[in-house]
Design a protein around this ligand. Structure first.
Ligand code: SF4
Length: 211
């Protein structure tokens, strides 16, 4: 196995050795699928969680269902307990993300010791300062593919013949909710929240203390 891939697998193994209650976060984006693929190669029934919002593209829901069946994933889906007003994503995107993404993530991690993510430090301006192991409050966040490039991710996907979200074929490099994702961009996350002060930014799950 490629040393970079092997290293990431070893990070997940170490996390499983060190902590009892571990889950993998999965957005069904390309980096999540790499991390899930690595994790289930170690422990096929490893707990996985996903945060779904009503504003995610229908293709994300379809792809999610397809991959859950294909890989027989042990997954729990979390959603916000309340709706957001129409257009909140445009007027107050941080508040929209807080309600639809951050609070459900808080719920997903509340009983965990550690969570494993697909965060990578070359994705954009907001992701350069992360560490592979980050202890925030009572929760360890582990980023096993942190030092991968976008090309590494596509290489792993090609080698392992992993099906991907159909929007990548349309030029998207980072996929979130439909109104806040656009194709292209100089950096991978430039298409997120384009035209707002949050452009290329974060929903908050990686920046806030969750527990
Ligand atoms: S990505 Fe956009 S639509 Fe989704 S929760 Fe955040 S602001 Fe709302």
């Amino acid at each position: 196995m490629d040393p970079k891939f092997e290293h990431s697998k070893n990070v997940i193994k170490e996390c499983l050795d060190r902590y009892d209650k571990v889950a993998v976060a999965c957005s069904f984006g390309k980096d999540s699928m790499v991390v899930v693929h690595l994790a289930i190669s170690i422990q096929p029934d490893i707990p996985i969680f996903t945060i779904m919002t009503p504003l995610k593209p229908k293709e994300t829901f379809e792809y999610k269902d397809k991959m859950i069946e294909l890989w027989n994933l042990n997954i729990t889906e979390y959603r916000a307990k309340k709706d957001v007003p129409d257009g909140l994503w445009k007027t107050l995107p941080d508040e929209c993300c807080r309600i639809l993404k951050v609070e459900p993530t808080r719920e997903a991690v509340k009983d965990l010791d550690a969570w494993v993510t697909g965060l990578r430090c070359t994705e954009g301006r907001t992701r350069t300062e992360y560490q592979e192991w980050e202890l925030k409050g009572g929760l360890m966040k582990v980023n096993p593919v942190l030092y991968w490039t976008e090309a590494d991710t596509w290489r792993y996907i090609a080698v392992n013949q992993i099906p991907v979200h159909p929007w990548y074929a349309e030029g998207y490099r980072s996929i979130g909710c439909a109104p806040c994702s656009t194709p292209g961009g100089e950096n991978e996350r430039d298409g997120r929240w384009k035209g707002t002060s949050k452009c290329g930014g974060e929903c908050g799950i990686h920046t806030q203390q969750l527990k």
